[in-house]
Design a protein around this ligand. Structure first.
Ligand code: AGP
Length: 627
């Protein structure tokens, strides 16, 4: 998601902020902007697109244009509310021009706040949720002054606490006030923020890479905290104003490691980010009563009730997400759902009409095969709904509706967090369709939603015990072939596990439907052939689980070395596993959110052990813009 930097000290803020943004650009590059307090003025510059566009605009202004002030904030955006334009770029100014605000996250109650502010005469200049916070902060500070408070850092902090208490959702907010030079205030809820402690200067950032060349002493803020930095100090309080402390730590990574958050590869970092990515994708999509709200979907409920068939079209990992979605949609919505490789879709002349819903899934939003399939579907008058991770890219632009995944930028070529967030988006669409078509009762939808909400925590606990999987990966580095088997939603997970291994480790790897093995591929099994077996939960679908266990026995009988992924508590399966990897209990349809993760770690580790470039495997590109 967005990258945030704040600086206050004794040096010109601009270059420090820009350098910080450069290290945070991996978090988003839809736009970039800065605000500097200089000579009694708040000076801003912001530009759509990459940081280079902002730098060019600043160069054209000349040094005097934005000044040499020693207080500044900067932002690099990964768009959520409002397109990636100059006008939606951060910082956003308050209506009185005093306050500049930058933001990471989503303010869920922004529509209500905007209406309230507009009723008081405030004119909005952007489509963002962030702008509310700027106007609110100015209004709260005004009210405090009218009640007798004096301008100064304490007033800025109190204003921010009042704003934070009014916001719902996830946010890191940073603000400066032209009348309070020498101070930057920030608030944090469910969104990252670290403080850098310098000598006569202090820093704020989304992660330490932004300030590590200036200081390695950092403080991690807790949930619901406000921090005020001045050249002389750092003051932390809760949203209630009570004094608080953050967690102090020393950063001992070098700069290149810091950009990867201390991880060896972006892929490992992105694997670790998955719990948050799921939580972010769910954010703002569920009402308090557990109902699904898909407000970016510009199809009416009636359009969706008229749908009599769903096609899901995608490539690679996104196609595997579509395969999982088919099980969920057919089970919940009870309408036929077909999944098709985008590169094949239009060549077989599929039967499409107005009542067909085509769901295209793409992380990049630029994949040419998927784009051409989308265009074909539109020519046939089908309705097209995109699931996409890249705001403003071509696929969502050309679709009738879009549901963005909020996975944040994915740098590693191998897709990880994009896949899990695509699954979440597919589940949301399935539940939404079931809800508005009256196929599921509200309490049934709410029950699934509750389980979905629990997945980030389950995933965190799973990720905390991946050491065995990594050791297994190192052990498997010399294998000549690895097979993957699964049934039902475990089948696409098996395909995804094999794809990860092929693209990263350049090994022969294949995924099969577990029941299909005996129809031919079982002859691939030799003494010691590693077979990764994805076992369904015994709860609810015991028969399916038992069938997979039989398939495991079949491959074992032929000498396979079985690596079994099973649910915690499924003790019976232990006897069939040469290596057992347990995952937290999850309802069957949601299980891929857990079972995929050890396979990502395994592929990453095998590739690294074989000496390959994990983040940029040979012959591949992150966004495939040719057919
Ligand atoms: C997966 O690890 C790959 N990088 C690849 O299969 C990818 O999912 C596919 O090219 C589709 O890309 P998209 O989601 O950006 O459309």
């Amino acid at each position: 998601m967005c990258g945030i930097v704040g600086y206050v000290g004794n040096r010109p803020a601009l270059s420090i902020v820009i350098d910080g943004l450069r290290r945070l650009e991996y978090r988003g590059y839809d736009s970039a902007g800065v605000a500097i307090i200089d000579n009694g003025l708040v000076k801003t510059e912001k530009k759509a697109g990459k940081l280079a566009n902002l730098e060019k605009a600043l160069a054209e202004r000349g040094d005097d244009g934005i000044g040499a002030g020693a207080t500044g904030i900067g932002h690099t955006r990964w768009a959520t509310h409002g397109g990636p334009t100059d006008r939606n770029a951060h910082p956003h100014l308050s209506d009185d021009g005093r306050v500049a605000v930058i933001h990471n996250g989503i303010i869920e109650n922004f529509a209500r706040l905007r209406t309230e502010l507009e009723a008081t005469g405030v004119e909005f200049r952007s489509d963002t949720d962030t702008e509310c916070a700027a106007h609110l902060l100015a209004a709260e500070m005004r009210a405090l002054r009218e009640a007798g408070a004096e301008d100064g850092p304490a007033l800025l902090a109190e204003g921010m606490r009042r704003v934070a208490n009014r916001l719902e959702g996830a946010f890191t907010l940073l603000a400066v006030d032209v009348e309070v030079p020498g101070a930057v205030v920030a608030a944090r809820r469910n969104s990252p923020l670290v403080v850098g402690r310098g000598n006569g200067e202090n820093f704020l950032a989304s992660d330490v890479s932004a300030f590590i060349e200036h200081t390695r002493e950092a403080i991690e803020l807790g949930q619901d905290q406000v921090v005020l930095i001045t050249p002389a100090g750092i003051e932390i309080t809760g949203f209630d104003g009570a004094p608080a402390t953050g967690k102090e730590f020393h950063v001992d990574w070098d700069l290149s490691a810091a950009e990867k958050g201390g991880y060896e590869y972006f892929m490992l970092k992105e694997i670790a980010e998955q719990p948050q990515a799921i939580a972010d994708t769910l954010l703002g999509r569920l009402s308090e009563r557990g109902e699904i709200i898909l407000d970016e979907v510009r199809l009416t409920d009636q359009d969706l009730r008229d749908v009599d068939k769903v096609f899901i079209v995608a490539c690679g990992t996104s196609y595997h997400a579509g395969m999982v979605a088919k099980y969920a949609i057919e089970h919940w919505v009870r309408i036929p759902c077909e999944v098709e490789l985008a590169s094949e879709f239009r060549y077989r002349d599929p039967i499409l009409d107005r009542s067909t819903l085509v769901i295209v899934i793409s992380q990049s939003g630029e994949t040419m095969d998927t784009l051409m399939a989308l265009r074909h579907a539109k020519e046939q008058k089908a309705r097209v709904l995109a699931i996409c991770n890249s705001n403003g890219s071509t696929i969502p632009r050309e679709s009738d509706a879009v549901l963005y995944t909020h996975g944040g930028p994915e740098i590693a070529v191998a897709s990880t967090k994009a896949f899990l967030t695509q699954l979440v988006a597919c589940y949301l669409i399935g539940l939404h369709l079931a809800q508005i078509r009256g196929v599921m009762y509200a309490d049934e939808v709410a029950a699934v939603v509750e389980k979905l909400r629990a997945t980030p925590d389950s995933l965190r606990s799973l990720l905390g015990r991946m050491e065995d999987v990594r050791a297994l990966g190192r052990d498997l580095r010399t294998a000549s072939t690895v097979l993957f088997i699964g049934r039902h939603v475990g089948f696409p997970v098996a395909l995804e596990g094999a794809l990860k291994l092929k693209e990263l480790a350049y090994m022969h790897a294949e995924g099969f439907a577990a029941g299909e093995l005996k129809h031919g591929p079982i002859s691939l099994i030799d003494e010691g052939t590693p077979v990764v077996c994805v076992v369904p939960s015994p709860a609810g679908r015991g028969v399916m689980r038992d069938k997979v266990v039989s398939n495991i026995q079949e491959v074992r009988a032929r000498g396979a070395r079985t690596i079994v992924i099973a649910e915690e508590g499924d003790e019976d399966v232990r006897q069939f596993a040469d290596h057992l990897i347990t995952v937290p209990q999850t309802p069957t349809l949601l299980a891929p959110l857990m079972t995929t993760v050890p396979l990502q770690v395994l592929a990453c580790e095998i590739a690294a052990a074989r000496g390959h470039d994990v983040d940029q495997p040979r012959n591949l590109a992150k966004s495939v813009t040719v057919e």
